[in-house]
Design a binder for this molecule. Structure first.
Ligand SMILES: Cc1cc2nc3c(=O)[nH]c(=O)nc-3n(C[C@H](O)[C@H](O)[C@H](O)COP(=O)(O)OP(=O)(O)OC[C@H]3O[C@@H](n4cnc5c(N)ncnc54)[C@H](O)[C@@H]3O)c2cc1C
Length: 433
């Protein structure tokens, strides 16, 4: 690293990165110490490790275990500065980013603003269901689950106990499967120890999935196994079933059935989180920004989008865009960092090709399904693999240690240690982002 490089003194080229998620922090790592002035902007002052949000929501981990302060990451990197700000508008023509703390002009722009929960335009669902996309939302959900138990014990809410103790997760992807598994573990281990007055069989966990299998991105065998694991834990899996409406108490399903529940967790889709200013003609499927094979926004040489927010159809194996997962974000960010330096050196850009290392999901306390490089694992070994990989992917040694110690404690004690209610009961999510 050259000591003469200094953010204040560097004038150009100036790169603005919007978003300190998986893509944003990879960019920070790759561009550290390079002769490029970099400003990282995020509305939060921390990076969120979203794959473990469900463990915060289910009391297995505290929020600090999966969040990492962005200033700690940037620390003394001489060419990079962090600004905590919400991007309100991007003006590509004027090379300007407008935020709630002022305007920033740039030579190069990389939009890495990730994704938001997709309710597919259903306002009633959005209003009444719980999301799992951010730390405030995970904490809200943790409180809500425990508040429902308190209500069930004290009988303060008139109405059926069934509605209070019915928990419905919608979406059979990894998030839905893992959340449903965690809820089933709570029923098995937390209810009998903390809520001895309650009959634990009254608590029901439902997983509703519109397609014909859970974990549709994995092989049929892994999907089937994950369903079996869930059912062994007592989760009721409803396949080929879509949600029609939910008013906060009554859930109507596509096959005509109804269910009463106070808690519906929506894990059925995400869409690009696109700051204002990007023209509709530059947006593709899932509200993602259309980019070419080099992650360049169509029509703009110096503006790029990477990760969840980017829609690239140029990678021939993924004509419908890449999956919205962390490895895509990391790989696109890594290539963009190299391509930016190639561009500055007058060299040709290299096209992006996604290298898929596989996928996995955990179900409950010690089971998982894992597929990687043609290897398919299910059960205990897959769970060990899942744990190891997540520990390695977490940012920072402290977070790894904290997560490891918590997992060990939870495993040995059969408990979810962080059973704290930290918000007043509103019945609904505060929609904190
Ligand atoms: C519950 C859950 C579980 C998941 N599990 C897995 C998994 O097991 N494996 C996997 O590979 N992937 C998983 N994913 C997906 C993975 O987290 C995403 O693919 C990944 O985070 C995308 O990285 P990114 O950098 O594009 O966006 P993100 O990591 O979402 O980062 C976007 C950043 O932009 C910031 N931002 C957004 N808008 C603005 C704005 N207007 N102004 C300022 N800042 C802004 C946000 O604060 C955030 O820090 C999961 C996602 C969720 C929600």
């Amino acid at each position: 690293m050259t000591t003469s490089i200094n953010y204040q003194q560097l004038k150009s080229p100036h790169l603005i990165i919007i978003g300190g998620g998986f893509a944003g922090i990879e960019l920070v790592k790759q561009l550290s110490g390079k002769p490029i002035k970099v400003t990282l902007i995020d509305k939060n002052n921390y990076h969120t490790f979203q794959p473990l949000l469900y463990q915060v929501a289910s009391g297995g981990l505290g929020p600090d275990a999966i969040a990492y302060p962005l200033r700690k990451l940037i620390g003394r990197i001489p060419n990079i500065a962090f600004r905590m700000a919400k991007v309100e508008e991007i003006q590509l023509e004027n090379q300007l980013v407008r935020t709630d703390i002022g305007d920033f002009s740039y030579d190069y722009l990389c939009i890495a603003s990730g994704s938001a929960t997709n309710f597919f335009g259903n306002k009633e669902l959005q209003e009444n269901s719980m999301e799992l996309k951010s730390i405030p939302q995970a904490l809200d959900l943790r409180s809500k689950i425990l508040q429902e138990f308190e209500k069930a014990v004290s009988g303060t809410e008139s109405g059926k106990l069934e509605r209070i103790l019915n928990f419905v997760v919608v979406g059979g992807g990894p998030t839905g499967v893992e959340t449903a598994g965690a809820l089933a573990e709570i029923r098995k281990h937390v209810l009998p120890s903390d809520y001895t007055e309650l009959d634990k069989t009254l608590m029901q966990v439902h997983l509703v999935e519109a397609s014909e299998r859970v974990l549709a991105a994995m092989s049929e065998n892994s999907s089937q196994k994950a369903k079996e694991f869930l059912e062994q834990l007592g989760v009721k899996v409803h396949l080929k079933t879509a949600v029609q409406s939910y008013d906060g108490q009554l859930l109507k399903l596509s096959d005509g059935r109804t269910m009463e529940t106070n808690t519906l967790i929506w894990a059925a889709g995400v869409k690009g989180e696109v700051p204002a200013g990007i023209e509709a003609s530059n947006l593709g499927r899932g509200n993602r920004i259309l980019v070419n094979g080099f992650n360049q926004i169509n029509g703009y040489e110096n503006a790029f989008a990477v990760g969840d927010v980017a829609f690239m159809s140029a990678d021939e194996k993924y004509p419908n865009g890449h999956p919205m997962v962390a490895p895509v974000a990391v790989q696109q960010a890594s290539l963009f960092a190299k391509n930016l330096q190639r561009k500055l050196a007058g060299q040709d850009l290299v096209a992006f090709r996604y290298f898929d290392k596989g996928s996995m999901a955990t179900v409950g306390r010690h089971k998982a399904v894992l597929e990687s490089f043609g290897i398919k694992m299910q059960g205990y070994l897959a769970w060990l693999g899942w744990m190891f990989l997540h520990l390695m992917l977490l940012v920072g040694y402290r977070n790894r240690l904290v997560v490891f110690v918590n997992w060990l404690w939870n495993y040995l004690s059969y408990q979810r240690a962080i059973r704290l209610i930290t918000r007043p009961y509103t019945g609904k999510q505060s929609k904190g982002k």
